[in-house]
Ligand binder design. Structure first.
Ligand code: AMP
Length: 396
């Protein structure tokens, strides 16, 4: 496999799949440029080594339509500023416009192509479309971990048209960090899996039961476990069709000698809103008319103790409705415990859009060992699935 760090880009045009799926405000200003910054090291490396960079990405879900609000033209000034290079723009990602712009590109220059998803062929993984994209560059780099679980034209199919293909620096770092958690694991290994629904995380929970020493469950999915145990959860979010699954998870944990930690107390409200009208009850005795929106102080203590004794930590999912200041304490304290463990030498990997937003909100981002840019891709990697975007680079 080729290594971007040793590859000679002199005179080459690198077609780079980046993830510039960034949020814009109503005036089309980028409101969070994290993903653009994350792609910078790869782009700069190509330029420094004598190459030119052709960047391709999706933004939003335009579903094959040319919708101005999803045009990547809006982000050209931001990308130019962050890179310190004036970025050129092609009004389409394939066809004459793109081919001419790519042909004119000189070493040291950067071209951004229009949104890949203005063509339905992108998400369908269409071969012809991928071949048209491939015409634009001499070498292919995939640096978009966030879409690596998709077998789209630009993330996977395009690779087969290149002899020279490689991972970008961000992808390399993502894979290396995940391997530190999943393969070269230092123990005890604790996973914190929380968030809204057990149904979206069940496969990841099942595969983690094969690997972890401790599994901390939080967020709304707690209540499915508590109800399955026979507890009273009031109006809390429950997935009734997952009760049996929750029981099976607990059973399997026992068989595998995995310690499962559920919250023991709950901070409740009568409505799903940011209110200071709240009460704390045992997690399995929430009165009718009330719903659990955060973990209580005893749970914070329980979770923090486990986290602080861990050598490897994986965190996905907020343990409460952290978006509401009145119900953010649990997630903040869990984040602080992860930060403290990291300071003492643990390796911590945090991933998923909401969890990363929480860590940023609490100013803890630089206290984590690694913050993944992946959501779905991260979960599928943990599940042990082969990601098409990774496989396409590894395939000869
Ligand atoms: P997920 O996308 O599955 O990781 O879920 C994240 C969302 O779960 C966040 O927006 C949280 O506000 C929400 N969440 C966490 N705890 C609860 C809870 N107890 N009740 C309702 N929503 C919750």
């Amino acid at each position: 496999m080729l290594d971007i760090r040793t590859y000679d880009f002199t005179g080459k045009k690198a077609l780079i799949r980046v993830d510039f799926n960034v949020p814009l405000d109503e005036n089309f200003n980028v409101t969070d440029d994290t993903r653009i910054r994350a792609a910078v090291p790869t782009i700069k490396l190509v330029l420094e080594k004598g190459g030119a960079a052709i960047l391709m990405s999706h933004m939003g879900r335009p579903k094959g339509q040319r919708l101005d609000k999803y045009s990547l033209r809006h982000i050209v000034p931001t990308v130019s500023k962050i890179l310190g290079v004036e970025v050129k723009f092609a009004e389409d990602c394939v066809g004459t416009v793109a081919e001419q712009a790519a042909a004119q590109l000189k070493p040291g220059e950067v071209l951004l192509l229009e949104n890949l998803r203005f063509h339905n062929e992108e998400t369908k993984g269409d071969e012809n479309f991928a071949a048209q994209l491939a015409k634009l560059g001499d070498v292919y780099i995939n640096d978009a971990f966030g879409t690596a679980h998709r077998a789209h034209a630009s993330t996977a199919v395009v690779a087969k048209f290149f002899k020279d293909k490689m991972f970008g620096l961000l992808m390399l770092k993502e894979i290396e960090s995940l391997n530190r958690v999943l393969k070269d694991t230092r123990r005890p290994f604790t996973a914190i899996i929380a968030g809204a629904k057990i149904s979206t995380k069940i496969t990841v929970i099942e595969s983690l039961l094969e690997k972890v020493d401790n599994l901390i469950i939080g967020g709304a999915m707690t209540f499915t476990f508590i109800k399955a145990r026979g507890g009273k959860v009031g109006n809390s979010l429950v997935e009734d069709d997952m009760l049996q699954v929750a029981k099976q998870v607990e059973q399997k944990a026992k068989e595998k000698n995995v310690n499962i930690y559920l919250p023991v107390d709950s901070v409740n409200a009568t409505e799903f809103k940011d209110t200071d009208q709240k009460q704390i009850t045992p997690i399995d005795n929430i009165p009718d008319g009330w719903m659990g929106l955060d973990i209580g102080p005893k749970s914070i203590e329980l979770f923090s103790n486990v986290i602080k004794q861990s050598a490897t930590i994986l965190w996905n999912g907020p343990v409460g409705v952290f978006e509401f200041d009145n119900f953010a304490e649990g997630t903040r304290k869990v984040g602080e415990a992860v930060a403290q463990a990291t300071e003492k030498g643990a390796f911590s990997l945090v991933g998923g859009g909401d969890t990363v937003a929480a860590v940023n909100k609490f100013g803890l981002a630089d206290k984590m060992s690694y913050i993944s840019t992946g959501g779905g891709a991260l979960l599928e990697y943990i599940e042990g699935k082969e990601l098409p975007g990774i496989k396409a680079i590894l395939d000869e």
